[in-house]
Design a protein around this ligand. Structure first.
Ligand code: IMP
Ligand code: MG
Length: 184
């Protein structure tokens, strides 16, 4: 996959998960979460930037009261390979001690990013801490971490859309797509 092909503005990624399929699955997750957290107030922590589209749809389909905060971590830069180094670039503004916390992530890949985030958040003593990931690439895992809720298990392809980017492009695609290798 060449950077030139991917950065072309008229390139259309192939559909992996259609818009309607995403909507149906996000609604199922929202229903499950609304049951799990019924009667409680949830602190939803979105991991920027990839989670924002998923988070926006998910919280609007949930029926429990939520407070929303964001965290930015860097792990990849503009490359598709993880550096293995995770750094908090923007921290939460809300204290999470004694709160029910739900971390929202776009993709669980090697797991390095979420493992770092979860270990860090646990030190702040939340009442509970769970993870929802829109996509999971289980074959790529390098550390021991699982999401409590997963939207879709996806193959080992570089995916874009519905918040996920390649070099900041394609986040606004309404579906989840991938770039076909023969576009090189
Ligand atoms: P991990 O630390 O390897 O689990 O990487 C997780 C982060 O890498 C995710 O939050 C995504 O932002 C990014 N990422 C991993 N795979 C992809 C992909 O296929 N497309 C776009 N971003 C990805
Ligand atoms: Mg991300």
């Amino acid at each position: 996959m060449s950077t030139r092909a991917l950065s072309s503005t008229n390139l259309t990624p192939a559909v992996l998960i259609a818009k309607e399929e995403i909507e149906k699955r996000v609604r199922e997750l929202a229903d499950q979460l609304s049951v799990e957290y019924a009667g409680r107030e949830l602190l939803v922590v979105g991991i920027l930037k990839g989670s924002w589209v998923f988070l926006a749809d998910l919280v609007r389909m949930m029926t429990v009261p939520v407070i929303i905060d964001f965290m930015t971590v860097s792990s990849y830069g503009a490359s598709t390979k993880t550096s293995g180094v995770v750094k908090i670039v923007l921290d939460l503004r809300c204290p999470i001690e004694n709160r029910d916390v739900l971390v929202v992530e776009d993709i669980l890949d090697s797991g390095l990013t979420l493992k770092y985030i979860v270990d860090n958040l646990k030190l702040r003593k939340p009442k509970s801490l769970k993870i929802v990931a829109l996509m999971d690439k289980p074959d790529r895992r390098r550390v021991d971490i699982k999401a409590d809720y997963v939207g879709f298990a996806v193959p080992d392809k570089f995916v874009v859309g519905y918040g996920a980017d390649y070099a900041e492009r394609f986040r606004n695609l309404p579906y989840i797509g991938y770039i076909e290798e023969n576009n090189e």
